[in-house]
Design a protein around this ligand. Structure first.
Ligand code: BGC
Length: 393
């Protein structure tokens, strides 16, 4: 099965729930005149020449090794060979983000001992990446217990990180740890703040100098930054995810709970011929209204255009500069149901807009459903090399 059940998750139900109130979120994310609004405990760092900023310089152009170690271990389909890291480096990537479902390999509490099998798999990825001069970010991905009941799952979260931290304590600084992918539901930013602080303290026992990465709640969304409170540790990078314009990037995705069933959406809009959605899809008003705008608004006002993200990156730049915290855009991308030319246009435009604000980026993904690399042809997907690296050879 191409999309195992685990991928049909509730990410987008939450987004749907927010739809009646999109204004508040949009406000936080797109307002060019940035006004700091975090709780008062979030003190700006005076010095911007911190270890976190220095590490971010190694994490500028990355690929997520998606659909691999985070996927359900029984259903997993992708494998990764040592050659792919050689290729990744040759293409121009400088880092790889490795989503990992460590919890799938944890024994019972209170120890939650991780099976050697997962360390062997991660060691293979980490050593091959480092050997090819690729920096590596490993994370904990799809740890749903934390999203459902953060207070209850904190003990396991801490134990898992203690073990990972001990295992990798002697590894070079180009290996960094991202504590949790896309906290959501009950794992709000406000609830995650103290959990992050506690976990950072724990990891610091064995890894005093390791760079750590945290994401806000709301699926690592930009809107969550306003609630973030980080401890005064100068070696923490903040990472956010952005899949806008969502109707374009997730068109035809089976795991978005019916939010994005309409395919044939191009980037940038408007389309040459208006898109007429199949009435059988029984679209809701907000979906029809988006399509209406997509069909009719000129390029500079179209919802399938850079307008969907450029203002957000300006906000990120301003937030980062104010708080003295470097930002990494850890996931963006478009599913392969979009046409190849539109995908290439999108990756190029998005990548350039991120770079214009001097933020690091990491595509979703290397060779999975949003792929850059076509394993069958041993080559990048058409147009993707030029889109990301401005070169064709
Ligand atoms: C998820 C993937 C998904 C991607 C795009 C990631 O955070 O882990 O399963 O394909 O987002 O929706």
């Amino acid at each position: 099965m191409k999309f195992p059940m685990k991928r049909i998750y509730l990410k987008f139900l939450l987004m749907a729930a927010l739809l009646p109130f999109p204004h508040a979120l949009a406000q936080a994310a797109t307002d060019d005149t940035f006004t700091p609004a975090n709780p008062p405990e979030m003190k700006p760092m005076a010095n911007h020449d911190t270890p976190a900023y220095r590490t971010l310089a190694w994490f500028q152009r990355g690929a997520n090794l998606g659909d691999y170690l985070e996927a359900n271990r029984r259903w997993r389909q992708l494998e990764v060979s040592a050659d792919e890291f050689v290729q990744m480096k040759k293409e121009g990537f400088d880092h790889v983000r490795v989503p990992i479902g460590w919890h799938q390999y944890a024994g019972p509490g209170p120890e939650f001992t991780l099976e050697p099998e997962i360390f062997a798999k991660v060691d293979f990825v980490v050593t091959n990446a480092l050997k090819n001069n690729l920096a590596v970010m490993i994370n904990l991905h799809h740890f749903n217990a934390l999203d459902q009941n953060p207070t209850h799952a904190t003990a396991e979260f801490l134990k898992v990180w203690q073990q990972i931290a001990t295992h990798y304590q002697a590894f070079p600084p180009q290996l960094i740890f991202e504590l949790d992918n896309e906290p959501h539901d009950q794992a709000t930013t406000a609830l995650m703040n103290p959990i992050y602080a506690q976990t950072i303290k724990e990891i610091r026992q064995t890894n005093p100098q390791r760079t750590l990465v945290v994401e806000p709640g709301g699926w690592g969304g930009i809107g969550g930054l306003k609630d973030l409170v980080l401890p005064p540790d100068d070696n923490v990078i903040v990472s956010v995810h952005c899949y806008d314009p969502f109707n374009f990037t997730h068109q035809g995705a089976t795991w978005t709970s019916g939010q994005t069933p309409v395919t044939g959406i191009v980037f940038p809009g408007p389309p040459a011929q208006p898109l007429v959605p199949d009435p059988k899809l029984q679209l809701k008003d907000y979906q029809l209204s988006w399509i209406e705008k997509y069909n009719t608004l000129p390029a500079d006002k179209n919802p399938s255009s850079p307008l969907a993200f450029t203002g957000k990156f300006k906000y990120l730049r301003a937030w980062s500069d104010y708080y003295g915290r470097p930002i990494h855009l850890g996931e963006f991308g478009a599913y392969t149901k979009a046409d190849g030319q539109s995908r290439a246009n999108f990756y190029a435009t998005f990548r350039q807009a991120v770079e214009a604000e001097k933020l690091g980026w990491c595509i979703w993904d290397w060779s999975g459903g949003f792929r850059y690399w076509d394993k069958q042809n041993n080559a990048p997907m058409p147009g993707m090399r030029a889109a990301l690296f401005g070169k064709t050879k």
